[in-house]
Write a protein of this length. Structure first.
Length: 361
């Protein structure tokens, strides 16, 4: 029987300035969905009220609301999977909150709507009352816990492994379309193409080799893959985090065991000696309450995020991604004397001569 598959919704392709050098474009594609390390990703579960989808009632001409609220045993599976990812020692942390206005990841349980998640920072594109992750079937059923591990992998920025151009998979396209058109997925050809047959850009994938053991790999039955020959009988990942899954996550989100962040003093620039994908962290303790500007200088593409420390935890305040643009990232935010702030800068790539730097003024 065909497995139930994660069904990502198609998002608009990123718009980069024309004429970017291939190396610079590749760096942007690689990191554009990844969070800055040190982020606390807050997640919430929809809890009723006006939450849910309005769907048509066949034959009546009317509509009804379908709830996004999940039973507590379903929520517990998701919580447990967040803990498993966290247990790797990631520099990104997860925290459950009750207020959806504080959550970057908003989770619903609508049966029949498939299981899916926004990929990484794409979650920030969703409206406050929209889901960024959904579970469409019983997570407590045998073998279905992996669905939650898989969707959290997407939330961290990971892609479908079988869509890697490094896999060398030659599909029997019509067999794939026919298989996914039937139960339990009932996918259109467009959805099957987007989630299975479409090849990702090499810069977007989770690593430089295909990992058929990955939690981001679908199980496939016999007759769908023509090559490599050893997978003609199908692909059956074990349904757990593979060594390469863990390696990828820890490469992007290494443990935060670094010393206290350097101070970023107003009107004094701090040099950024970073390689592609590397990050620098700074602490700001404003001497007065006013609007400040935080900006990056130099020939480089970067994402800059300012967090405010609240109850010992960094909470997102403002961010700017200048990736692919001719100008540098600049953030304006009101900082309050007596509070502590963190500035995190992740470099996509340097594309010119000279050093890059960050300043607060």
């Amino acid at each position: 029987m065909t497995a139930r598959y994660c069904s990502l919704a198609q998002q608009p392709a990123p718009a980069f300035a024309p004429g970017l050098a291939a190396e610079r474009l590749g760096a942007l594609m690689s990191g554009r969905r990844m969070w800055v390390n040190g982020t606390v990703l807050h997640y919430c579960f929809f809890d009723g009220g006006d939450d849910g989808s309005v769907i048509p009632v066949p034959g009546s001409g009317g509509t009804r609301r379908v709830s996004w609220v999940g039973a507590e045993e379903q929520r517990d599976v998701v919580r447990d999977c967040f803990r498993e990812w966290q247990g790797l020692g990631l520099g990104v942390r997860f925290a459950e909150v009750a207020d959806r206005s504080e959550a970057e990841v908003r989770i619903g349980f609508q049966e029949g709507d498939g299981s899916w998640s926004y990929v990484g920072r794409d979650a920030l594109l969703a409206g406050l009352n929209e889901r960024t992750m959904n579970f469409g079937w019983d997570l407590t059923a045998p073998g279905e816990r992996v669905t939650a591990l898989h969707e959290i992998g997407h939330a961290l920025g990971m892609q479908h492994e079988h869509q890697s151009p490094f896999a060398g998979i030659h599909w029997d396209d019509e067999a794939v379309y026919a298989d996914l058109a039937g139960p339990p997925n009932f996918w259109s050809r467009d959805r099957a193409f987007f989630n299975v047959l479409r090849k990702l850009d090499p810069a977007e994938v989770n690593g430089s080799v295909w990992d058929p053991q990955s939690v981001m790999e679908y199980p496939f039955g016999a007759g769908l893959i023509l090559e490599p020959e050893q997978f003609r009988r199908g692909v059956q990942p074990p349904g757990a985090l593979s060594p390469l899954d863990k390696e990828f996550a820890l490469r992007w989100y290494p443990p935060l065991d670094a010393p206290r962040p350097a101070a970023l003093v107003p009107f004094r620039s701090a040099p950024l000696s970073l390689g592609p994908g590397e990050q620098a962290d700074f602490a700001v303790e404003p001497p007065e309450t006013r609007e400040y500007t935080v900006g990056v200088f130099g020939a480089g593409d970067s994402v800059v995020v300012v967090f405010e420390e609240r109850d010992g935890e960094p909470r997102f305040l403002a961010g700017h991604d200048d990736g692919g643009a001719p100008h540098n990232a600049v953030i304006r935010a009101r900082l309050v004397k007596g509070r502590r702030y963190f500035v995190r800068v992740r470099l996509y790539s340097g594309w010119g001569s000279g050093e890059t730097a960050v300043m607060c003024w």
